[in-house]
Write a protein that binds this ligand. Structure first.
Ligand SMILES: C[S@@+](CC[C@H](N)C(=O)[O-])C[C@H]1O[C@@H](n2cnc3c(N)ncnc32)[C@H](O)[C@@H]1O
Length: 208
């Protein structure tokens, strides 16, 4: 095993699988083992790429803590279909985890420079199932709706209506909601009803 694989294996064993953290979905674990996280952090942060915390990626933004990436991905399962909308491409690491598991990923990022760096990193890994958009994610990406899952990786004070509208029936959305105090919320759509469940206190950068 090369050193990056060893670091990813250690991350999975120490940060994801232990009881209390509760990551047990085989597809999520396999994706987190497999993806070279160091490709998604700035060069001077590479030695810290697998640490149990978020890291700065430039433009005042962060790559999320590995556990939070795994937790949010697992919270989307099982899905009624394969089309996923991600708001906040950021480094592209969460996008890679989604692309390992789901057939079609649509990823929206507000900052063109971050989207471009993420596309470079994801291009090196040869993903063919991701489409990118630079835009305000609060609008979603209506052209490709409905989505079986929506994942938002920045915190909104309330759930954007356009994202609820673009969720498929029986689809799942996961997002941090709040300002200073945030909760990770899962929404499941049942016809015109949206069932909300608070899962975990979290701290994300704000949706701008
Ligand atoms: C915590 S970071 C993303 C982390 C990412 N999941 C990762 O693993 O690298 C949040 C991202 O949301 C983006 N963002 C903030 N407001 C946005 C908006 N209105 N529309 C789209 N993206 C937005 C930020 O630029 C930032 O890249």
């Amino acid at each position: 095993m090369n050193p990056a694989n060893l670091a990813a294996e250690k991350m999975v064993r120490e940060q994801l699988i232990p009881l209390g953290r509760g990551i047990d979905d085989p597809q999520v674990i396999q994706a987190m083992r497999h993806i070279p996280r160091e490709l998604f952090v700035p060069e001077h942060m590479r030695a810290s790429a697998y640490e149990d915390r978020p890291l700065p990626i430039g433009n005042d933004q962060t790559i999320s803590q590995p556990f939070v990436v795994a937790y949010m991905t697992q919270a989307l399962l099982p899905l009624p279909g394969g089309r996923v909308l991600e708001i906040g491409t950021g480094s592209g690491y969460q996008t890679a985890v989604l692309a390992e598991i789901f057939p079609e990923i649509y990823s929206v990022e507000l900052t063109a420079e971050l989207s471009s760096k993420a596309q470079d990193a994801l291009g090196k890994l040869n993903y063919r199932n991701i489409r990118y958009l630079v835009n305000d994610g609060r609008l979603g990406w209506p052209e490709h709706a409905p989505y079986s899952a929506v994942i938002v990786t920045c915190a909104a004070p309330t759930i954007p209506q356009a994202l609820l509208d673009q969720l498929a029936d029986q689809g799942r959305m996961i997002l941090p909601v709040g300002t200073t105090h945030q909760q990770l919320v899962r929404v499941v759509r049942d016809g015109n009803r949206f069932e909300e469940e608070s899962l975990l206190p979290v701290r994300f950068v704000p949706l701008r």
